[in-house]
Design a protein around this ligand. Structure first.
Ligand SMILES: Nc1ncnc2c1ncn2[C@@H]1O[C@H](COP(=O)(O)OP(=O)(O)OP(=O)(O)O)[C@@H](O)[C@H]1O
Ligand SMILES: [Mg+2]
Length: 259
């Protein structure tokens, strides 16, 4: 059995965070383990509050799990502050977790602020160099580089700047670009690869970024290389967006039920 780990926030709607990560792992035939780094109080209309898990509990959850279980790949999602970022960085190194997908969540899809400026600097220092893949959206690419990222050309430029900060691959997500295609750019050591799917219109989505990074992590856990894992994840997310569902009064959630 291939095993993946998510270290992220709890999302009671099931559309993002730990809950969506575990469902994505299951859909892709990988056993999911999960460490809760934060609790959110939210519904499909937005986040009311975020609550940090005390650092010693974050640490104990990870060490107790990894002293026992070997995981083939790990992702991190919502980490609330510098202290959590430092603990995660230290433990990724201690347990030699090389297949690491970093989803650098700076604010929620509904605009709730998560990381402050100092935290972003720490994330760049402590986590980016450890990542096999980092998956910024346009706003996160701007926050990491200080550049404007609104066009395909600017996505590639920002991707290259982030790549120079140490991760092996940068997937700059164009979900929030204008245009007919949902275009993501994968910047690696040599070339930039483009992953393009038709944009599904008329959706205001919650959790697309979480599902994408979880699907990439599942692919890596199953032995795919990064471009293969990204290609498969992109198809998986597209299908889940195409069939996305409204279960509340706000945003749509990706459809992660099988069939
Ligand atoms: N309307 C859409 N149609 C098709 N694909 C989309 C659409 N919106 C986003 N995507 C794809 O979904 C994935 C997530 O990208 P996005 O840029 O939305 O991430 P994000 O902003 O981090 O998401 P989240 O709001 O969940 O944090 C990418 O592969 C992107 O291309
Ligand atoms: Mg996101």
């Amino acid at each position: 059995m291939n095993v993946a780990l998510t270290i992220a926030g709890s999302d009671p709607t099931g559309g993002a965070g730990i809950q969506a990560d575990l469902r994505t792992f299951a859909d892709l035939n990988v056993h999911g383990t999960a460490v809760i780094a934060s609790l959110t109080i939210q519904n499909t209309l937005g986040i009311q509050e975020v609550v940090k898990i005390p650092p010693d509990l974050l640490r104990k959850q990870i060490t107790t799990l990894l002293d026992d279980i070997t995981v083939q790949a790990v992702k991190t999602g919502m980490l609330l502050d510098g202290e959590s970022i430092e603990i995660v960085g230290e433990l990724l190194k201690k347990y030699h977790l090389a297949h690491y997908v970093l989803d650098p969540i700076v604010r929620s899809s509904t605009g709730y602020p998560i990381l402050k400026k100092d935290d972003i600097e720490l994330l760049k220092k402590a986590l980016l160099p450890l990542a096999l893949v980092v998956t910024p959206n346009l706003k996160e690419a701007e926050a990491l580089t200080g550049l404007s990222v609104r066009t395909e050309k600017e996505m590639e430029r920002a991707g290259m700047e982030i790549h120079a900060m140490g991760p092996r691959y940068v997937l700059v997500k164009g979900g929030h670009l204008e245009g007919d295609a949902a275009l993501d750019l994968l910047v690696g050591d040599s070339e930039t690869q483009r992953f393009r799917r038709a944009r599904v219109r008329g959706r205001r989505l919650h959790g697309a970024g979480c599902v994408l990074s979880a699907a990439i992590t599942a692919g890596l856990a199953a032995g795919l290389n990064v471009p293969q894992a990204v290609r498969k994840a992109k198809g998986f997310v597209h299908q889940a967006i195409r069939t996305s569902v409204s279960i509340g009064h706000g945003r749509q959630l990706l459809n992660l039920t099988s069939e």
